[in-house]
Design a protein around this ligand. Structure first.
Ligand SMILES: [Fe+2]
Ligand SMILES: [Fe+2]
Length: 279
C-alpha cells in the first residue's frame, strides 16, 4: 500500500515561520514511501534560497522526486536567466532533468514546465515541449504494467474559478491525450497556491477513462490565496485512493477530511459520483 506526499510552492526565502519544521514533523508521522515536490522551491532563484531548499529536502529523509517551477529560474540575474535558466537549480537541488521513481507498485515521472521567457512577456507561464510529450509517452509505455502511474509538473492543467489572468500549461491538451492513452492515473501540480482536484475524462475512439488531476496549495509560502499552508497525502490500496490534505493554521500541520476515490474500468471517480454514468 504505497503512500505519497505531495508538496508544492515552498518559496524559500519567504516562508511562514516554523512551517518548514512543521512539515518535517508531519512527514515523520506519515512516513510516506515517496515525496514529490512540484516546483517553486525558491522565491527568486537565488543561491541562498536553493541552499535553504536543499537543506529542507535533506531533512525529509525519504525518496524524493523534485521538478522546478517558474520561480526557480533567476528573476534578477538576467545573464543566468537566459544562458543557464535552471543552472542553480541543477547545481544545488538536483541534477536530474527528468526524474523518475519506478517501483513495482508506483511509477512517477517528473517534467519541467518552467521556461526562461514567453512571447507574452509574462514569464510565469509554463509549457511542455513536443519532446517532453514524447518522453512521457515513452516512459508510461515502458511502465504499462505498473499499477499506479503518476506525472508531476509545476504548471496547472486546469484553472479553478477566480484565476482570470492565469493560463493552463502550454500543450496541456496534447499531454493529457498522451497521458490518457497510456492509462496514467494521477497528475500532481502546483503554481496556483490553491488546493483542488478534478477527474478529467479522456475520450478515445473506443473508450472513456478518468484520470485525477490534483493541485497542491503552497506548503510553506506566505503568499497564500485565501487558504492555509497545506500539502497532500495520497494513500493507495489496490483500486482505492485516499487523498488527505494536511493544513496548518499555526503550529502543526493537521490532517483534514479525506477524499476517497475508486478505480473502475472507466478510471477514477470519487465515491460521490455515480458509476457508470460519471461525467
Ligand atoms: Fe508558486
Ligand atoms: Fe509558479
Amino acid at each position: 500500500m504505497p503512500t505519497l506526499v505531495h508538496l508544492s510552492d515552498l518559496h524559500f526565502s519567504e516562508i511562514e515561520p516554523g512551517s518548514d519544521d512543521a512539515i518535517v514533523d508531519a512527514i515523520r508521522a506519515i512516513a510516506p514511501d515517496v515525496i514529490v515536490v512540484s516546483g517553486d522551491l525558491t522565491l527568486s532563484g537565488r543561491r541562498s534560497e536553493f541552499l535553504d531548499a536543499r537543506r529542507f529536502l535533506d531533512r525529509l529523509e525519504r525518496p524524493t522526486l523534485v521538478v522546478p517551477g517558474n520561480h526557480d529560474i533567476p528573476a534578477f540575474n538576467l545573464a543566468q536567466r537566459f544562458t543557464r535558466p535552471l543552472g542553480r537549480y541543477h547545481d544545488l537541488v538536483t541534477d536530474e532533468r527528468e526524474p523518475t521513481i519506478s517501483r513495482p507498485d508506483l511509477c512517477v515521472l517528473g517534467l519541467n514546465t518552467a521556461r526562461a521567457y514567453d512571447l507574452s512577456w509574462n514569464w510565469s507561464h509554463g509549457r511542455f515541449s513536443e519532446r517532453q510529450i514524447r518522453a512521457a509517452d515513452a516512459y508510461f509505455r515502458e511502465q504499462a504494467a505498473c499499477p499506479f502511474k503518476c506525472l508531476v509538473v509545476h504548471h496547472p492543467f486546469f484553472l479553478p474559478e477566480g484565476f482570470a489572468g492565469f493560463r493552463v500549461v502550454g500543450r496541456a491538451a496534447a499531454m493529457l491525450d498522451t497521458l490518457g492513452r497510456r492509462g496514467v492515473d494521477v497528475v500532481l501540480a502546483g503554481h496556483l497556491h490553491r488546493g483542488f482536484w478534478r477527474a478529467h475524462e479522456h475520450v478515445a475512439t473506443d473508450a472513456r477513462r478518468h484520470m485525477l488531476v490534483i493541485q497542491a496549495s503552497t506548503a510553506t509560502s506566505v503568499r497564500r490565496r485565501g487558504e492555509p499552508n497545506a500539502f497532500n497525502h495520497l494513500s493507495l490500496d489496490g483500486d482505492s485512493l485516499t487523498l488527505t490534505p494536511w493544513s496548518r493554521e499555526s503550529g502543526a500541520f493537521e490532517p483534514q477530511r479525506p477524499i476517497r476515490f475508486r478505480r473502475t474500468k472507466r478510471g477514477w471517480s470519487d465515491d460521490a459520483l455515480d458509476e457508470p454514468g460519471a461525467p
